[in-house]
Design a protein around this ligand. Structure first.
Ligand SMILES: O=c1nc[nH]c2c1ncn2[C@H]1C[C@H](O)[C@@H](COP(=O)(O)OP(=O)(O)OP(=O)(O)O)O1
Ligand SMILES: [Mg+2]
Length: 204
């Protein structure tokens, strides 16, 4: 079976591919990078689910493929839940991972470690062209702390600042398999793998 992962984020692709491989799921995963001039999605939703659906539906319509989309973000308690659904564009129009991390550290300047609690959320939507009312929606969360300085070189996005107390490591200090075993995205993917076979039967 061929599925489109409607994303431009190579880090997400590595994690989903690794999880599918571990679960021995026999799926060929394509991404936006495999399409000819894929649409750029305006993620104007106010929830992760809305944004995941915007991505899944536009790319399903464009590709005519069964399509998965992932909308994720970091929810920081001391910032009243910011950056949340705005995590990708936290640093403004010229955002990138480095600028987003710098902005997060600046906003949390002077906040002691025990008040730097945060969680990641991933919401994944699976859409079949022509059947959007039957979307499959799953989510996962992971609790952690925002460190005052980056630690580790792996991963992407806010990974070097996101510390998981049980592992005494940031996401950027974990292998993909270890991150998937406890991360927001890993948990959402586990739920997806549990629900997908039964969800697919309604289209047989
Ligand atoms: O596991 C993660 N570890 C660290 N950072 C993460 C993670 N997961 C999402 N993030 C960051 C990346 C981006 O700044 C924002 C999500 O934004 P989000 O719109 O979902 O993804 P994106 O724009 O990078 O790719 P796309 O929309 O094409 O799937 O949060
Ligand atoms: Mg995005």
């Amino acid at each position: 079976m061929e599925i489109l992962f409607a994303t431009t984020n190579k880090g997400k692709v590595k994690e989903l591919k690794s999880a599918f491989k571990t679960a021995a799921i026999n799926v060929t995963l394509k991404t936006n990078a495999d399409l000819d001039r894929p649409p750029v999605i305006d993620e104007y939703g106010i929830t992760f689910e809305q944004n995941a659906k915007l991505k899944a539906h536009e790319l399903a319509n464009y590709s005519h493929m069964l399509t998965i989309a992932d909308d994720s973000g970091l929810i920081v308690d001391a910032l009243d839940g910011a950056p949340g659904v705005h995590s990708a564009r936290f640093a403004g129009p010229e955002h990138n991972d480095q600028k987003n991390n710098a902005k997060l550290l600046a906003e949390l300047g002077g906040v002691p470690l025990k008040k730097r609690t945060a969680r990641f959320n991933t919401t994944i939507v699976v859409s079949k062209p022509g059947h959007f009312e039957q979307d499959l929606v799953v989510s996962g969360q992971c609790e952690g702390l925002i460190l005052p300085a980056p630690q580790g070189d792996d991963g992407f996005g806010y990974d070097p600042l996101f510390y998981v107390p049980e592992k005494q490591k940031t996401f950027a200090e974990m292998t993909i398999a270890e991150k998937n075993s406890l991360s927001h995205r890993g948990r959402a993917i586990s739920q997806l793998l549990k629900e997908l076979p039964n969800w697919l039967t309604q289209f047989e």
